[in-house]
Design a protein around this ligand. Sequence first.
Ligand SMILES: *Cc1c(COP(=O)(O)O)cnc(C)c1O
Length: 426
Amino acid sequence: MSRPSLGFATRAVHAGAAPDPATGARAMPIYQTNGFVFEDLDHGADLFTLKRAGFAYARGSNPNTAALERRIADLEGGTAAIALASGQAAWFVTLLTLLASGDCYIGASRMFGGSIALMKRMEERLGIRVQWAAPEPDAIAAAITPESKAIIVESIVNPSGEIVDLPAIAAVAKAHRLPLIVDNTLASPALFRPIEHGADIVIHSASKFLAGHGQAIGGIIVDAGSFDWREDARFPLISEPWRDYDGLVLTEAFPDAAFTAAARLTGMREYGPGMAPIIAQMIATTTETLPLRMAKHCRNAEAVARCLAAHPRVESVSHPLVAGPEQAARAARLMPKGCGSIFTATLAGGEPAARRFLGALTLFSHLVNIGESRSLVAHPATTTHRTLPADVRERLDIHPGTIRFSVGIEDEADLIADLEQALAAL
Ligand SMILES: *Cc1c(COP(=O)(O)O)cnc(C)c1O
């Protein structure tokens, strides 16, 4: 069901799924089973050595996760995807597929606090070293050394909403023959498709806009099929024969999706953080409305950002459309459909002002997650970013008076009314 000639909204509804062949059920049934029966001995053996596609044991894959994988791969314009238990798991599996102890890679210094924490821990515990660089082409080019093996950035930075210049970063990655990994969680493929701008691997926390309901944790890795891994000794899991799989060479068996094949074999079969079938079905169901929801998220977020920016007690607002001409121009060039609904606003008066503001809001929920239908606010300095050293927090523009917004899909007038009464409490 992958027909890229169809429009995005049509593919969001149909890609990866079809009526159930056994029952005719139009929506996909949930295949709640650990095991799948083999036709005979050869069938089982072939599934195990990847000579045949299919299902053997649900840790590696199951029909619901496979359908979600096909849908997200299609929407991102990739060749294959794998679904994992969380966005963090997607990051972990991606990095471990490409890198081993002693290796190093370029990591964006401005990005989601949880990703920074994961990268720091992997460095500390596994010796996979991060070469930090601002998510800008010149800074990344300057940080690259002959040892660097990959580059990882976010398309929209969490929580500031900063849009990175991905085409320029991709040009740097290509010039140095490094795979470019892009976390596209805050944009979603409805607003921005990194593969069209040169990304080789795309990561999602599906817990956010892809699901949109805030009722499921999941992660996705999409393979662009664009990087030439063949005989590249830097990436032995992808390019060298697997002795324990009869000498299987993934770049030969899966020329368009060798990276995801390696990630599935090691990351899911061996390490094990796969996605449960019911979660895959919950996420696939709401991706059907992704383009509609993203349009509303973007409109509401712009209105909320403009309301905040106009208030005398608000020192700064990071939303790209109010943060200054450079971000606004980048938004127009790269994300004409909108630039998401996550951004920060820093209130005058530090933590006491943040406390009063959060206490006065009634419609916005005060919690740490993002990307769901409800409007949400958080205080990063005391929650999501509390474990980061103060200098890292400042670099991420997180101050005691900073509030992180994730604007939902409610009526704009109600959100603005709630915001105005909370701002009046300052
Ligand atoms: C939330 C988030 C993650 C982690 O995803 P989980 O599903 O919470 O594990 C990774 N990257 C970004 C940009 C996120 O917002």
